[in-house]
Design a protein around this ligand. Structure first.
Ligand code: IMP
Length: 177
């Protein structure tokens, strides 16, 4: 059976270069206040790992797991916390590291939730932002790539837990699993 994969949307080499650039920006912006990186599992694990190595500061890590889709390819609008953070955010410079922003519902929810924990600052770094679908003004400080509003997989992104290990970000043409 052939995989229902379409065109490459962002090739591995472009991901690598852009992430190095984001790392430089973050290193300059946070020089006096090393950030706590908060990765949103599972999709952001690969981006988080490459981004952290591109930041030349003593960063710390924590992870949250949320689910907004179940296994379908459409957002349900309901965000569930599957794993909360281990660390206290009080007075920390928190940088949320997200894989992809579609409707923006997940990030809007996360930002509200984490802002209530009294961090010294709270910013967002999203690798991929889909064109024109965000319902609320999200104020994302660092964006890797703006992409068309198609469903994509690879570089951490899945459909039904598959394709996360593809090195490129690729369009997914199949039915929701
Ligand atoms: P939003 O709440 O609609 O912005 O959706 C954000 C979450 O949905 C992301 O963190 C992903 O887990 C998932 N998601 C959205 N678009 C895609 C996609 O094209 N491929 C894989 N996962 C996606």
């Amino acid at each position: 059976m052939t995989d229902p994969l379409g065109a490459v949307v962002v090739p591995a080499e472009e991901l690598r270069e852009r992430i190095l650039g984001l790392g430089k920006e973050i290193t300059a912006d946070y020089a006096e206040r090393p950030p706590l990186l908060v990765g949103v599992l599972k999709g952001a694990f690969m981006f988080m790992s490459d981004l952290a190595r591109a930041i030349d500061l003593p960063v710390e890590f924590d992870f949250m797991a949320v689910s907004s889709y179940g296994s379908a390819t459409r957002t349900s609008g309901v965000v569930r916390i599957i794993k909360d953070l281990d660390l206290d955010l009080t007075d920390r410079h928190v940088l949320i590291v997200e894989d992809i922003v579609d409707s923006g519902l997940t990030l809007a929810y996360l930002r509200r939730l984490l802002a209530a924990r009294q961090p010294a600052s709270l910013e967002i770094c999203a690798l991929l932002v889909k064109d024109g679908l965000q319902k609320s003004d999200l104020d994302i400080k660092y964006v890797g790539f703006q992409i068309p509003p198609d469903f994509v997989v690879g570089y951490g992104l899945d459909v039904g837990e598959r394709y996360r290990n593809l090195p490129d970000v690729v369009e997914y043409l199949g039915p929701p699993e």
